[in-house]
Design a protein around this ligand. Structure first.
Ligand SMILES: NC(=O)c1ccc[n+]([C@@H]2O[C@H](COP(=O)([O-])OP(=O)(O)OC[C@H]3O[C@@H](n4cnc5c(N)ncnc54)[C@H](O)[C@@H]3O)[C@@H](O)[C@H]2O)c1
Length: 247
């Protein structure tokens, strides 16, 4: 077990990549705080973990609200004893070409993906710095490299990569590593609505010719959260079937 006795908090873990990560981390011995805006989703995942005999709590909250971020960290420490690992996975997209993108679409995506990640990192710093231990993994995307129709999403995810590098420098003194996973197209709710012809086009551009499974992204989270990654910080690991290579 690679996370025995560790406590992990995963945002947006009521479905998709966050759910797969929560299930894998519990299998690997971690106690897991399952955070999501969708309370029912969080409860469902925490219950599934509890059925396996592992310990999990569900905490509803909105990562764009500082008070909610502080609350989930406090609740995790109170109920699970400490906070070793933070996976900032919560994210949304609201696609439109730049000419037609509304201010609401811009603000919503930047707020969840970038501000939410910052607020959660800030909230986690108190218990992690006191313990002089921490693993923070943020979520970027292949979209950070540029994608038509995703000016807001791309900017938010490129922002997350810059935030990760800066926090890696600032948090190193507390022995906290801060890294980033950048998934390529992955089979979750976020991509479920892509029309079949567009999906085929995207698959054709991916060297592996398929979307990732959420469980494959979870494996990158596991590695960067493990003891094996103790000297890796400030990095972005693309998990994308090779699409970023050769761009
Ligand atoms: N699916 C992909 O192709 C893909 C590719 C690259 C990056 N990503 C990133 O991976 C992460 C997970 O995405 P996913 O594909 O599992 O999507 P998903 O929609 O299945 O899951 C996202 C979760 O985040 C939650 N969430 C949304 N807003 C929130 C908020 N304000 N506070 C708390 N929780 C909130 C949702 O309720 C949902 O459960 C996101 O950051 C996404 O941008 C996904």
């Amino acid at each position: 077990m690679r996370l025995k006795d560790r406590v992990a908090l995963i945002t947006g873990a009521g479905g998709g990549i966050g759910e797969a990560t929560a299930l894998l981390f519990a299998q690997e011995g971690a106690k897991v705080a399952v955070q999501d805006l969708n309370a029912q989703g969080a409860e469902k995942v925490a219950a599934a973990i509890a059925e396996t005999g592992a310990q999990a709590i569900a905490v509803a909250g909105d990562v764009t609200k500082k008070a909610d971020c502080e609350n989930v960290v406090k609740t995790t420490v109170e109920k699970l004893g400490k906070l070793d690992i933070l996976i900032n996975n919560a994210g949304i997209n609201k696609d439109a070409i730049a000419r037609k993108m509304t201010e609401e679409q811009w603000d919503a995506v930047l707020s969840v993906n970038l501000k939410g990640t910052f607020l959660m990192c800030q909230a986690a710093l108190a218990p992690m710095s006191a313990a002089k231990y921490g693993r923070i993994i943020n979520t970027a995307s292949i979209g950070a490299l540029g994608n038509i129709g995703q000016a807001n999403y791309s900017a938010s995810k490129a922002g997350v990569m810059g935030l990760t590098r800066t926090l890696a420098l600032e948090f190193a003194r507390y022995a906290i590593t801060v890294n980033c996973v950048a998934p390529g197209a992955t089979e979750t709710q976020m991509t479920a609505g892509i029309p079949e012809d567009i999906r085929k086009l995207i698959e054709g551009k991916i060297p592996f010719r398929r979307f990732a499974k959420a469980a494959e992204i979870a494996q990158a989270h596991l590695f960067l959260s493990s003891e094996q990654a103790s000297y890796i910080t400030g990095q972005t690991l693309f998990v994308d079937g090779g699409i970023s290579v050769g761009i």
